[in-house]
Write a protein that binds this ligand. Structure first.
Ligand SMILES: NC(=O)C1=CN([C@@H]2O[C@H](COP(=O)(O)OP(=O)(O)OC[C@H]3O[C@@H](n4cnc5c(N)ncnc54)[C@H](OP(=O)(O)O)[C@@H]3O)[C@@H](O)[C@H]2O)C=CC1
Ligand SMILES: O=C(CO)COP(=O)(O)O
Length: 331
């Protein structure tokens, strides 16, 4: 069996490599920092993200992308959404003509408003059937510690989606296949924006009713956009929709929720960014999702207000008033 390359040695890339290793795959993680790659090789742990989690012996690391990718049957992409296009430009010369490309990112590209699989198809110059999206309620710190989880491997080529499903099936990870790539990606990207709103509400102690409302109406606006873009509405009731939205909003591990809590406590965007450190995709994606919604004449009131709080300096209390005093309507 040929090996798997995981490009990106952050929180999810590392946990995902562990799942692959536990499922019996030989894995090479690529890190942009040699110190991280060397740390993984020498200690068997990722010292910068999960110093207390031992990776399977089948997992190694390098800072040489060509070495990681060479001969890989599956190439997993685990970098921030906004750097992916540039990263792929560097990696394209190494990509095998038949490798399955797995996207772990949960974001929408700024400027182009493209989903991550669209960015992969364009930047890696591969046909759409080679891309599989993995998305679900998958908080990396839990998965790295072997706590049970389920996810979705979505691809238009069922053979490749099943290949990925098999490669990540372990006693603690149960993956399902799905052919709705658009739905899976939108569920993953928009839930980060709703988690920011949830975190703000949490910090402002607005109560459980409004948090439940943010989840429910957040899912409604996610599905509205998804259906406008061709997704199956039922996907939003699944793991990559409701599942991920609930998991992220409830989890203290969520970087997006934590970021929202900081904004809700009155921190500036820069202060929250410095404190959270890791990728909180919703902060940038809220801009791209708002633009995508406007382009498609889809109303996304929560996303609009999250964007105002994050990027226009709006007071969260004023954003709440705007949401609560919108014209009443049927559910
Ligand atoms: N963490 C989670 O629980 C989950 C995350 N995801 C998604 O996975 C994606 C990756 O997230 P995650 O691993 O958590 O993020 P992290 O912030 O933990 O890690 C990001 C990784 O990308 C690297 N990186 C940062 N900038 C660049 C760049 N310009 N070029 C190349 N590599 C870069 C980082 O390197 P360095 O360490 O050197 O900064 C690090 O290895 C996101 O889209 C996220 O939404 C999806 C499901 C679960
Ligand atoms: O996508 C995730 C869980 O499914 C991780 O969420 P955060 O990026 O908010 O930590």
């Amino acid at each position: 069996m040929s090996h798997v390359a995981v490009l990106g040695a952050g929180s999810w890339g590392t946990a995902f490599a562990k799942v692959l290793g536990d499922a019996g795959r030989d894995v090479t993680i690529w890190s942009r920092r040699e110190v991280v790659a060397a740390g993984i090789r020498e200690t068997g742990c990722n010292p910068h993200y999960f110093p207390d989690v031992r990776l399977p012996e089948r997992v190694t690391a390098t800072s040489d992308a060509g070495k990681a990718i060479a001969g890989a049957e599956i190439v997993v992409l685990a970098v921030p959404s906004q750097t992916l296009r540039g990263n792929l430009a560097d990696w394209r010369p190494f990509l095998d003509s038949d490798a399955t490309l797995v996207s772990l990112m949960k974001g929408i590209e700024l400027g182009t408003t493209k989903r991550m699989s669209e960015v992969v198809i364009e930047a890696a110059q591969v046909p759409a059937d080679r891309v599989v999206v993995v998305s679900g309620p998958n908080l990396a710190p839990e998965i790295a510690r072997g706590q049970p989880a389920a996810t979705v491997a979505a691809g238009i080529d069922l053979r490749r989606a099943t290949l990925v499903q098999d490669a990540i099936t372990t006693p603690y990870m149960r993956p399902y296949t799905n052919d709705d790539v658009v739905g899976a990606e939108l569920g993953g990207a928009v839930k980060n924006v709703i988690a920011l709103a949830y975190g703000i509400a949490e910090a402002m102690r607005l109560g459980d009713n409004i948090k439940a409302t943010l989840i429910t109406r957040g899912l409604a606006e996610t599905a509205r956009l998804g259906v406008a873009l061709g997704a199956d509405p039922l996907t939003f009731a699944g793991l990559s929709g409701l599942g991920d939205l609930v998991g992220t909003c409830h989890s203290p591990f969520s970087r997006n929720r934590t970021f929202g809590e900081r904004l809700g406590r009155g921190e500036t965007l820069e202060q929250a960014q410095a404190a959270v450190g890791q990728t909180a995709e919703g902060v940038k994606s809220c801009l791209a999702i708002r633009d995508l919604a406007r382009k498609n004449n889809v109303e996304m009131p929560i996303t609009e207000q999250v964007e105002r709080v994050c990027h226009e300096g709006a007071d969260p209390r004023e954003a709440l008033t705007i949401l609560m005093t919108r014209t009443t309507k049927a559910e």
